[in-house]
Design a protein around this ligand. Structure first.
Ligand code: IFM
Length: 429
């Protein structure tokens, strides 16, 4: 089938504050960059300078025709010192969400997307004694300030990625390698998600509050090897299922432990899924199969995993699904349109209640420890000049939005000549 309709899913794009705003701030990531831990030596101080280019970016969102925009907040801007809020920074965000609404675009706001103010880092960050109180103060303030325009919220983006890379693998701040502390941080994040869910509903009863969990399709490297099968199930549980269960239901199964005061219940209005790739598992470490299509970061391109992930999520946690992120690193825009086509085709045909699809990313973005190298955007960014240029994949996405699906003409124009590279071809040069 060359063309298809998307009658039940509305399309948008996603971003995160630290990855696009720019600015010389004191955050965990600015400090990490200053300590030389970013692959290309860059820092989030440049990024896409979105903080100073909101109007220009809003015009690009309108050119894409998106109905939805997922954005984050930079905590260090709005609360530069504990308990001291910056009225100008808050007004800036207020103006931004008001402008989105005026343009007919619904904002979905992420409160925490891997970013902490420096003063909170000094206090121990996610494992510090002041974290829960500080997060509650920040979240309450921002929800109160923005609730006239925003009624869709994600308290915490990808707790599993943050915990794994920052506390197990040590490649993200705070650079720890401790399994017990990884488990503890997952537990605290789940607890904070639940408290924030309750707080937002108390302030804004009709709000929709959900998750944005990074879901992997896990598969044993050799399906007939019992060790691989066991490792695949263990990875799946430890990386994603345990924390999603805790956040969504308040039930903390091992290795997590239920914090006192948390009562089992339903703590999501939508299940947010960030889907990118599949892991091929031999042990408790990430791996990729060989001979499979891959993106610029070596991640397998496996569209069926979108359906696999959304299906188990829906069976375990019924209700609306938002694909809060899906996209790929493709520096030359050589296969992004095919990637979009293949993943949206899953959405169109899998029969699951996927109400939203947010493409990651709106523009090219500062990609954490990878820096400015990976290119995820529908809009190309020249980091030197800050010039934005719509990519062909952006034009394809705009066409999908305009037609409520992929037309046969669009498939012919943007998809039919695109092909993925396999990792065997890449490594063999
Ligand atoms: O850029 C990230 C984003 O911050 C979280 N989800 C995955 C994206 C691509 O790596």
């Amino acid at each position: 089938m060359a063309g298809f309709d998307l009658p039940n899913c509305e399309l948008g794009v996603a971003t995160a504050a630290t990855q696009i705003e720019g600015g010389d701030l004191d955050t965990n990531w600015h400090r990490w960059a200053a300590s030389g831990r970013i692959a290309d030596g860059s820092s989030p101080a440049r990024a896409a300078d979105h903080w100073n280019r909101v109007a220009e970016d809003l015009a690009l969102l309108s050119e894409l025709g998106v109905k939805h925009y997922r954005m984050g907040l930079e905590w260090a801007r709005v609360e530069p010192n504990p308990g001291e809020f910056d009225a100008d920074a808050i007004a800036h965000y207020r103006d931004e969400v008001a402008a989105l609404r005026a343009a007919g675009i619904t904002p979905l706001v992420t409160l925490h997307h891997f970013n902490l103010p420096g003063w909170l880092v000094d206090d121990g960050g996610w494992l510090g004694s002041g974290m829960k109180v500080a997060f509650g103060r920040f979240a309450r303030r921002m929800v109160t300030e923005l609730s006239a325009w925003v009624d869709e919220w994600i308290p915490i983006n990808e707790p599993n990625v943050y915990a794994t890379l920052g506390f197990s693998e040590g490649v993200w701040p705070p650079g720890e390698k401790s399994l017990p502390r990884t488990i503890k941080v997952l537990q605290v994040q789940a607890e904070v998600h639940i408290a924030t869910y309750q707080m937002i509903h108390a302030l804004q009863p009709a709000a929709r509050v959900g998750t944005a969990n990074h879901l992997r399709a896990f598969a044993p490297a050799n399906p007939s090897n019992p060790v691989h099968r066991l490792a695949s199930r263990a990875s799946d549980w430890l990386f994603q299922r345990a924390v999603i269960k805790a956040m969504s239901t308040g039930v903390f199964d091992l290795p997590l432990r239920r914090p006192s005061g948390v009562v089992p219940g339903r703590y999501y209005d939508f299940q947010g899924v960030n889907y990118y790739t599949r892991s091929s598992v031999k042990g408790l470490a990430d791996g990729m199969a060989t001979g499979v299509p891959v993106n610029d970061l070596g991640w397998e391109i496996y569209p069926a995993g979108l359906t696999e992930s959304c299906r188990w999520i829906h069976e375990a946690y019924p209700g609306p699904i938002y694909l809060t992120e899906n996209g790929t690193a493709d520096a030359t825009d050589a296969f992004r349109s095919r990637f979009l086509y293949d993943h949206l085709q899953e959405v169109a045909t899998n029969g699951l209640p996927i109400e939203r699809y947010y493409h990651w990313c709106f523009t090219d973005n500062w990609e954490w420890a990878e820096g400015e190298g990976p290119r995820f955007g529908l809009i190309e960014l020249d980091y030197q000049t800050q010039q934005r240029t719509m990519k062909e994949s952006g034009r394809f996405y705009a066409d999908i939005i305009a037609h409520g699906g992929v037309t046969a003409e669009a498939h012919q124009r943007w998809v039919s000549s695109q092909h993925y590279r396999r990792n065997t071809e890449v490594s063999n040069g």
